[in-house]
Design a protein. Structure first.
Length: 66
């Protein structure tokens, strides 16, 4: 009986620690600085894709002199 209780309390303790770690991780990843950095990275990536697309479009259509 005592070993079952020790195992049960041990598992509950691990569950509590896991829950605390998940809450901490979520809190760390929802901080405004982290979100701002992520938005900045996404914006830069979008600009790079846009520029690359424009360059490809420019190569496809050779310019002719008027």
């Amino acid at each position: 009986m005592e070993t079952r209780m020790l195992i049960a309390y041990g598992l509950m303790g691990l569950l509590v620690l896991l829950g605390a770690w998940v809450i901490f991780w979520l809190h760390q990843n929802s901080r405004p600085q982290v979100l701002a950095r992520q938005r900045k990275r996404e914006k830069e990536a979008q600009e790079r894709r846009s520029l690359a697309h424009m360059e490809e479009k420019g190569r496809e259509q050779p310019r002719t002199k008027p």
